[in-house]
Design a protein around this ligand. Structure first.
Ligand SMILES: [Zn+2]
Length: 427
């Protein structure tokens, strides 16, 4: 049943832009069913109204009806948790309102030790130890993102697990592995992804549905913008945790570009030295990029994605009329200068602002380990600042972005990273 509903909604999302905008209108977002997020609310609402799911006119009707009970401000909190001494990601999100209920959405869990902090954070700040986690999302398979989720999945009430498992696509990449049989490649890929396999087995035992987190998937109020299925599969033979292919598969032409190191180590507001053609690993480029839409407020979560995934996400968002500077953005890959380029930052954040004290466009957060002093890289911080996004780095503390509530008791204001005139050389 769920599968059928999801398929219909996928179809609807592919309809022309006008309809898509309505699907994501604030009023409809409000009607999201909170406990599971699985059953698209629109269809239920349509049925209640006696409307066919494919009637193009229905979003207007539903939106009009929803508007009348609007008025309760939506709550959104995005908490970037500290992750120990080195870099990693652990992000807890809660959103909703008293009428519709609240959804908790957890993205990544950093290292094993971080699981207890995630559980404590959710228990203390959301709805106690019995809080329902509507969605748990694994951004990608790297060890600074996944292991901390294992105990959370094992001990808390999680309703949906979203993760991409490369072994599912073993048959599709088998041609570049002539020495492997299909079952052999499947097994080898699983053997190398011990944490994903552990999450999978816990989910199976606890009867938690596992979903692919690929472009077009709707996860509550979040829409997955990248990776597309095709790009994800094309990256599988290049991943850190898949066997080396015997036949070199096609690589993106971007990967062949020579890296041009910049000798400039001084920057000004108008002089940017962030490279246009550095690249990150293919494993990072499989990261799930999610756009959260909360009334008129938007959050872009990027994990460790690089320029190719960000460009793919921007293209997809543009095709849906959703490419606008977000209110809050996660700086990819802990602030590495290999993951953002001036071009993708212009796409996502807007053009550079004319002067240093221009009004900000939004806020950026960066998950950085307590001892990872060199992150975020200064030229990345400068590039975000030039486009109106001061960066707040976690560095041993939880940093939170919120709307619709007061500052938590005992929590104070925070200072963003400063603009630097001396920046790192690229080599
Ligand atoms: Zn990472």
């Amino acid at each position: 049943m769920h599968e059928k509903r999801r398929a219909v909604v996928a179809e609807l999302i592919r309809e022309e832009a006008a309809t898509v905008r309505l699907l994501f209108s604030p009023e409809l977002v409000r009607m999201q069913p909170i406990e599971t997020g699985m059953a698209p609310p629109i269809l239920d609402a349509c049925r209640a109204e006696g409307l066919g799911a494919k009637t193009l006119g229905y979003p207007v009707h539903i939106a009009r009806r929803a508007r009348s009970d609007a008025g309760i401000p939506i709550l959104l909190e995005i908490d970037f948790l500290p992750v120990g001494n080195s870099n990693g990601d652990a992000i807890c999100v809660r959103y909703g309102d008293e009428t519709a209920g609240y959804t908790v959405h957890v993205i990544d869990g950093a290292f094993k030790e971080t699981s207890k902090d995630i559980i404590a954070h959710i228990s203390n700040h959301y709805h106690g130890p019995s809080t329902i986690i509507g969605h748990m999302v694994v951004s990608h398979a790297c060890n600074d993102h996944v292991p901390g989720l294992v105990d959370v999945l094992r001990t808390m009430d999680v309703r949906n697990l979203w993760m991409n498992r490369p072994w599912i696509y073993a048959d599709e990449v088998l041609r570049v592995y002539p020495r492997f049989t299909s079952p052999g490649l499947y097994k080898r890929m699983r053997d190398k992804h011990e944490y994903l396999v552990e999450l999978e087995s816990i989910a199976i035992v606890r009867r938690i549905p596992i979903h692919d987190a690929l472009q077009g998937a709707r996860i509550g109020n979040f829409l997955v913008l990248a990776p597309s299925r095709d790009r994800y599969v094309s990256l599988i033979p290049h991943l850190d945790k898949t066997p080396e292919p015997s036949i070199q598969p096609y690589r993106s032409p971007f990967a062949a570009l020579p890296v041009r190191f910049s000798n400039a180590v001084r920057e000004t507001w108008t002089h940017e030295t962030l490279a246009e053609n550095l690249e990150t690993s293919e494993s990072n480029e499989t990261s799930v990029v999610q756009l959260g839409i909360f009334d008129n407020h938007r959050a872009l979560l990027t994990a460790d994605v690089g320029p190719i995934g960000l460009a793919e996400a921007a293209t997809y968002a543009a095709s849906l009329g959703l490419l606008t500077p977000p209110n809050v953005v996660q700086v990819p890959h802990h602030g590495s200068r290999h993951n953002v380029t001036p071009l993708v930052l212009d796409l996502w954040l807007g053009q550079k602002l004319p002067y240093e004290n221009s009004p900000r466009r939004g806020t950026a957060f960066c998950s950085v380990g307590a001892d990872a002093d060199i992150y975020p890289r200064k030229k990345v911080t400068n590039a975000f600042l030039r486009r109106g996004y001061p960066i707040y780095a976690t560095r041993g503390e939880t940093k939170t972005h919120f709307i619709g509530r007061e500052l938590r008791n005992g929590w104070g204001s925070i200072t963003p990273e400063a603009f630097s005139t001396n920046v790192e050389d690229d080599d």
